[in-house]
Design a binder for this molecule. Structure first.
Ligand SMILES: [Zn+2]
Length: 545
């Protein structure tokens, strides 16, 4: 694409100009290695390996085949989700973060990561004063700061004091101006292509194409360009530690499934961002950047629970079918399902009542990646029972007791409830705390999980790791008294929210991620928990020997 080449060429000129202009003293800490972590959110090792084999990530493949980079498998534990992973990797703590949305019985309130303040409070409380791997550095697109002084959401990097204030300001302006120019060009190109597709196949494109286009333009063009360029700027400035999380694969995979061509194509765009960052690293060899590429979890293709329950969400099914009584109170009003909203969105658009492009964009990605939007998902509570759907996982809390309840206590009140839930076609596992370790209900059968007897996971080569991950999860005080998973349900994996790709659960696709490390770097082996990354990355903060 000649326009792409032109844009990239001009961008290289700007890069060089900024480099020449960097007249101030060399950044502090010369002689030490610096850290650059690129996270590909939601990419399992399996999908990565296929993408490499299919030539979808030619740059990363070249690093691995000829550059001496090494790919290490990593087991991420439960829940397989970004906040739990980043807390463990950035601070080395075993977090009390059982899902993306959960309830804190002691406080009597939900924790929902998209909501303003929740992530900051969890970070302040659970790190217990430990130093994060990004102290004095920058984080982009992450849930937690890791101690970074700059991140996208505060835009603190635009005002970050440093040795050459004028240059920093100039460079920040250059970057932002450039993001606008470049993303506008790419957006126009995508819109032209979209119109061409619309003319070729108006019905299909109109119904399915524009949601994807909105995600692609919003995240895969604008946000990716912004991240790539602010990180480039930080690399020139010698920021000691940078963590950038590219979200587009995860969002597209939630929307279409982890192996859908639209999700896979985003990997090529990501690969070119990776190459850009690597080029900048090579232009400033004196800064000694080590580039790591990793993922925080994978995704599993899933069926939506509502399609197995007559259109009802699991919160309703638990109350109506398993705890029947009248007077169910919705904590937040029922939101129409994605397809209905798609239809009503199109209707509003056709009748001229459209709330605007960005509003629709946000409405439609909220099911796939709701924390971007700051909206609380539905939870229901009745008679001191609270049910929260968080993905392929749902939690049941008996909220009249502030402590987690073991199965023995629950059974005195609700005999047979866990067995009955586990027989529902939309349920794979129900995990509960037992007197001596986690108890698992699957297809109506009860298993006491142990390394020696992994119950329903016996056939899996990673059975021992899965059992220890379930143990970690049920040791979290904030995990539900029941933790329900749609993983391995009757019709395949099931999610309790509107999505086609899901994660947080124990399927191999979700649990097996990866780290790509530069030549000469030795990672701990085997990587069986993201806490193992912490001491490795924390060493970059220590003064050079
Ligand atoms: Zn996700």
């Amino acid at each position: 694409m000649p326009l792409d080449d032109l844009v990239l060429g001009v961008q290289r000129l700007v890069d060089r100009l900024i480099r020449r202009l960097r007249l101030g003293p060399a950044p502090a800490g010369a002689g030490r290695r610096r850290l650059l972590i690129v996270q590909i959110d939601g990419l399992s090792r399996d999908v990565l390996e296929r993408a490499l084999a299919q030539g979808r990530m030619p740059f990363l493949r070249r690093l691995l085949e000829r550059g001496g980079w090494r790919l290490s498998p990593m087991f991420v534990g439960l829940p397989s989700s970004t906040p739990a992973f980043q807390m463990a990797a950035m601070y080395g703590v075993r977090p009390d973060i059982p899902g993306f949305h959960y309830h804190d019985k002691r406080r009597r309130e939900d924790v929902y990561f998209p909501r303003a303040g929740d992530a900051a409070r969890v970070e302040a409380e659970q790190t217990a004063g430990r130093r994060g791997i990004l102290e004095g550095g920058a984080s982009y697109g992450c849930v937690f700061t890791g101690g970074a002084v700059a991140n996208l959401f505060t835009f603190a990097m635009l005002k970050r004091p440093s040795g050459s204030g004028l240059l920093v300001a100039l460079s920040a302006l250059t970057v932002l101006a450039w993001v606008v120019v470049k993303s506008t060009v790419l957006t126009v190109m995508e819109l032209v292509r979209a119109v061409a597709r619309l003319l070729a196949d108006p019905v299909t494109e109109w119904r399915h194409g524009w949601k994807w286009l909105a995600i692609k333009l919003g995240l895969s063009v604008w946000v990716r360009q912004l991240f790539t360029l602010v990180v480039s700027r930080d690399l020139y400035a010698g920021v000691p530690a940078i963590y950038v999380n590219y979200l587009d694969y995860d969002v597209l995979s939630h929307a279409y499934g982890p192996r859908h061509v639209r999700a896979l194509r985003s990997l090529r765009r990501l690969d070119s961002s990776l190459q850009q960052l690597w080029r900048v690293c090579r232009r400033v060899p004196e800064h000694g950047y080590d580039l790591y590429v990793l993922s925080d979890h994978g995704q599993a293709h899933c069926t939506q629970f509502a399609s197995l329950a007559g259109g009802r969400r699991i919160e309703r099914v638990v109350f109506e079918d398993f705890l029947p009584a009248s007077g169910t109170r919705a904590v937040s009003p029922e939101r129409p399902a994605g397809r209905q909203r798609l239809a009503s969105g199109i209707k509003a658009f056709r009748t001229g009542r459209s709330p605007g492009y960005f509003q629709r964009f946000f409405n439609y990605i909220e099911d796939g990646f709701p924390w971007v939007l700051g909206e609380l998902k539905e939870a229901r509570e009745r008679d001191n029972v609270r049910v929260i759907a968080a993905g392929p996982n749902a939690f049941v809390y008996f909220v009249d007791d502030a402590a987690p309840l073991p199965i023995e206590r629950i059974e005195t009140r609700w005999p047979g409830l866990a067995e009955a839930l586990s027989r529902h076609p939309g349920v794979g596992y129900v995990f509960v705390r037992g007197a001596d370790g986690p108890v698992c209900f699957a297809r109506g059968k009860r298993y006491h999980l142990s390394a020696a007897d992994p119950g329903p996971f016996t056939e899996r080569p990673d059975a021992a790791l899965v059992v220890s991950a379930v143990g970690d999860l049920m040791a979290m005080p904030s995990a539900g008294d029941f933790v329900i998973y749609g993983t391995d349900a009757g019709p395949g994996h099931v999610s309790y929210v509107a999505e086609t790709g899901a994660h947080a659960g124990p399927s191999p696709e979700e649990l097996h991620a990866f780290v790509v490390a530069p030549p000469g770097v030795r990672l701990p082996e085997p990587l069986n928990h993201p806490t193992q990354l912490y001491p490795h990355f924390a060493r970059y903060r220590e003064p050079a020997a």
